[in-house]
Design a protein around this ligand. Structure first.
Ligand code: UVW
Length: 312
């Protein structure tokens, strides 16, 4: 197996200035947003996240989200407030990486650095991420989305997902674009269907659920060069780690994360679902749409859940 030399040597450090913290989100210009808005033709809306509950796939180092009632059918006149109203409140505890999520540019680095030469000291226990946090992108990821339905393209529709640990290559990405009749443009959100998240919900045994996280179809590390060349603004995948697991690079668990997040400043999205959108795209042959997928406005956060919408 090759070592770190197999990781493409591409970088956006300094491209948008030495203080930039948005990375490839900068490809989404006002012109890109105006053009993306023209893609709304039918008013059809497709939600591309899983429910935030205890049933979704969560990496074993994390725990599933939990929602609690904090007050239950409380008559307001019993707590010193006027009137006949009764009220309920609730709260949630969750990993910001514990459901459909964006990884910020402070999520993964290497060799002591995060995107755009940010030192590891920019992330602290009390302050979180002082640089490259997801909160900086709260108005971002409204752009043209393109779904590459790799499950259908690779003839895996009967299984519903790509083979486990399938590495999606540059040839696959180009071939899928060609088969679907789409051209990737600067600023696009790449939405990639592997079928891996829907597959989770069919698993029954603890062994199968454990194995699920150790081998998954996803982006081959070499595709980082393609993503860079195409000026993609963000990648959203219906798998657990965007990239193929196990890694193709000796000694590195998540090499695509390293080059994409740290070197390119590329926001990665995981645990999406594209089943309904993919059905619609196959039916009308239109694989482009308005993509509205901002993170929550959480200053200093390393990641964020979201409710991503594809609108046709
Ligand atoms: C994995 O779960 C492996 O990826 P991330 O840390 O980006 O969520």
């Amino acid at each position: 197996m090759p070592g770190r030399e197999a990781i493409p040597k591409v970088s956006n450090w300094g491209r948008w200035g030495k203080d930039d913290e948005k990375g490839t989100a900068n490809f989404i210009t006002p012109e890109v947003i105006v053009a993306a808005a023209q893609l709304v033709k039918r008013g059809a809306v497709f939600c591309c996240c899983i429910p935030i509950d205890q049933n979704g796939p969560v990496f074993p180092t994390r725990t599933p989200p939990q929602r609690f009632m904090s007050i239950l059918n409380v008559p307001l006149n019993e707590v010193g407030l006027a009137g006949s109203a009764i009220a309920n409140d609730d709260y949630i505890t969750m990993y910001l990486q514990g459901s459909t999520q964006w990884d910020s540019l402070a999520h993964v680095g290497y060799d002591g650095k995060f995107y755009n030469d940010a030192d590891t000291s920019t992330v602290t226990a009390h302050g979180g991420a002082a640089r490259n946090d997801i909160g900086k992108l709260y108005q971002s990821f409204v752009t043209r989305g393109v779904l590459l339905d790799m499950v259908r393209y690779k003839g895996c529709e009967a299984d519903g997902h790509l083979p486990k640990d399938y590495p999606i290559s540059i040839d696959d990405l180009d071939g899928c674009c060609q088969a679907q009749g789409v051209t990737i443009k600067s600023g696009d959100a790449l939405c990639l269907r592997t079928g891996w998240v829907p597959y989770w919900y069919s698993l029954e045994t603890a062994e199968d659920k454990d194995a699920y996280f150790h081998a998954q179809p996803g982006m081959a590390v070499a595709t980082a060069e393609w993503v860079h060349r195409k000026e993609i603004s963000c990648i959203a995948v219906d798998n657990i780690a965007v990239e193929r697991l196990p890694s193709e690079v000796d000694g590195e668990f998540i090499p695509f994360h390293q080059v994409a997040i740290r070197d390119l400043g590329l926001t990665l999205g995981e645990i999406f679902t594209f089943e309904e959108l993919a059905k619609d795209c196959a039916a009308d042959g239109v694989y482009e749409f308005l993509w509205v997928a901002p993170p929550l406005h959480i200053p200093n956060a390393v990641g964020s859940p979201l409710n991503p919408l594809a609108i046709k």
